[in-house]
Design a binder for this molecule. Sequence first.
Ligand SMILES: Nc1ncnc2c1ncn2[C@@H]1O[C@H](COP(=O)(O)OP(=O)(O)OP(=O)(O)O)[C@@H](O)[C@H]1O
Ligand SMILES: [Mg+2]
Length: 220
Amino acid sequence: MKIQTKNLNKDYIQKKGPSLKVLKDINLEIQPGQKVALIGPSGAGKSTLIHILGLMDAPTSGKVFIDGVDCFLMNNRYLCDMRKENIGFLFQFHYLLPDFTVLENILIPVWKNKVAKQKHALEILEQVGLSSKTNSFPNELSGGQQQRAALARTLINTPKIIFADEPTGNLDRAIGIDIENLLFDLSTNLGTTLVLVTHNQELAFRADRIINIVDGKMVR
Ligand SMILES: Nc1ncnc2c1ncn2[C@@H]1O[C@H](COP(=O)(O)OP(=O)(O)OP(=O)(O)O)[C@@H](O)[C@H]1O
Ligand SMILES: [Mg+2]
């Protein structure tokens, strides 16, 4: 799916002092299937931007178009369905549910159809290299395996766009690179649009495109 923004601004109201301008006139266009690395210093606005592109938070002004639809003109129901059907998120922390097995965790986004989806879930587990941990609980996995399980859960809906916010930021570097490479390969195979916040230069160079955010602005 194609993502476009027009003069996107985000201000945060602070308890003390003037409101904080976090995103300043962001105009970007991400083509369907494109893989984008989002880089920039801490506090630059990267997470804020992907929350808005992923329709989890509204901009203060400006527009977000997904496949040409001006999303924030639509009602909550539309935003919710759009997120559920087309958008996948992967965060630094995995948010796996501790009392559910790996397989159950992966089926959570499709729980109503969990029986029908089980075969697909097992295939995804194989793709992320976790077949041997299907019936384990999250606390029985290593950090890297937990993040692979989170990736599998993101993939169960075959999202058309994946937003990943430093998904391997708290892992050992080599393990992190492995998982980010896997994320790239899987999104290439599936034709998914990928927007990845990363501090890893090598990985950023694997992307089709690098977007650099500094102090809330896109810079070349
Ligand atoms: N809910 C909020 N209320 C007020 N200010 C916020 C809020 N969320 C973020 N900010 C501020 O917005 C700015 C951008 O934050 P953001 O999390 O988008 O940065 P980032 O580029 O993702 O940084 P990092 O690389 O450290 O994750 C920061 O100055 C932060 O303090
Ligand atoms: Mg961030």
